[in-house]
Design a protein around this ligand. Structure first.
Ligand SMILES: CCCCC/C=C/C(=O)SCCNC(=O)CCNC(=O)[C@H](O)C(C)(C)COP(=O)(O)OP(=O)(O)OC[C@H]1O[C@@H](n2cnc3c(N)ncnc32)[C@H](O)[C@@H]1OP(=O)(O)O
Length: 289
């Protein structure tokens, strides 16, 4: 496993387990501040658990950690698959950290958005087979993260969706295209315009989620599904994925700066800031009740 110097600065604990029973050898665990990583060198599958309380919301630092980890896994020739899940069995991810977008410093806001673009580009375009084991609620940026994987397994009793319009926000074109590419144009039109947060079952019925499995069995199911994906020769799977996803990725790459400018301009509008303030108050008041 290759650990870049930059990445190592973020790693608090990384150890080869001293003794493991047969079948678990070459298993490595690592933790950054907000990520728990278990790498099984034998199968080449890394399980990455989002671990940023309270709701795994993506701020600049968390996105940076994820990007560094993705780079490390991409460069690790022994790694073939990634299972992305949450260490919190109720919330996969609460999406983007709303505090990044409230009363922001323009420079940091721009950097935040560039880093989110980077996260999406590396996950959506990953050479690895990627499975999201969605073991909790997954609104907005959480849904985008799951949409970026190759396969989604979700536990019942939770909700998922691109709910931006409900917050008075327009989902960027690459969020919407990620949804279209998974569910098809008609379903994406309905879901994105209405900002629907769907139950696991509803998400399954429109193909947003591929499989529904109880939370306690979700990782086992993800590992079994991963075996199927890894039966395909890597180069054939990778080049096919690239062929399918490249046009969507190229559209963002070509408009990256413009997309950042649009985002900064939109978020810093007085009306958007006001609406954001109301939304944050609602969230905080709900949490107090
Ligand atoms: C052009 C512009 C494009 C912008 C695209 C935007 C994409 C996004 O992702 S915007 C963020 C959208 N996310 C949400 O709207 C989710 C809001 N949160 C929730 O719905 C819920 O919190 C939950 C389902 C994720 C979890 O519910 P629950 O377990 O009941 O926890 P609480 O609601 O009590 O929340 C605990 C704690 O966490 C804070 N919090 C929740 N979500 C966020 C968030 N996205 N960012 C920052 N902080 C968040 C919440 O305020 C509570 O904080 P405290 O009151 O300080 O405990």
């Amino acid at each position: 496993m290759i650990w870049g110097r930059r990445a190592l600065q973020h790693v608090k604990r990384f150890k080869r387990l001293p003794f493991q029973p047969e079948g678990l050898h070459r298993c490595m665990s690592a933790a950054t501040q907000n990520l728990v990583v278990e790498m099984d060198g034998k199968s080449g599958v890394a399980v990455v658990k989002l671990n940023k309380p309270p709701v795994n919301s993506f701020n600049l630092e968390f996105l940076t950690e994820i990007n560094i980890l993705m780079e490390k896994l991409e460069n690790d020739k022994s790694c073939r698959g990634l299972i992305l899940t949450s260490n919190n069995n109720k919330i996969f991810s609460g999406g983007l950290d709303i505090m990044e977008m409230y009363n922001p410093q323009p420079d940091r806001l721009a950097e935040f958005w560039r880093t989110l673009q980077g996260m999406w580009l590396s996950l959506y375009g990953s050479r690895l087979a990627t499975i999201a084991a969605i073991n909790g609620h997954s609104p907005a940026g959480g849904c985008l993260t799951a949409l970026s994987c190759d396969y989604r397994i979700m536990a019942p009793g939770f909700t998922i969706g691109l709910n931006e319009t409900q917050l008075g926000i327009i989902p960027p074109f690459w969020f919407v295209e990620s949804m279209i590419n998974v569910t098809g144009q008609r379903q994406a039109e309905v879901c994105c315009q209405k900002g629907l947060m769907m139950t696991t079952e509803q998400a399954h019925s429109i193909g947003l989620v591929d499989d529904v499995v109880p939370g306690e069995a979700i990782l086992e199911r993800a590992h079994n599904e991963m075996k199927n994906w890894l039966k395909v020769p890597d180069f054939a799977r990778q080049l096919t994925k690239r062929q399918i996803r490249k046009p969507t990725m190229d559209r963002l790459i070509a408009k990256r700066d413009e997309d950042i400018q649009n985002f900064v301009q939109f978020i810093t509008k007085d009306s958007v800031q006001k609406a954001m303030g109301v939304y944050i108050d609602q969230l905080k008041n709900k949490a107090k009740k």
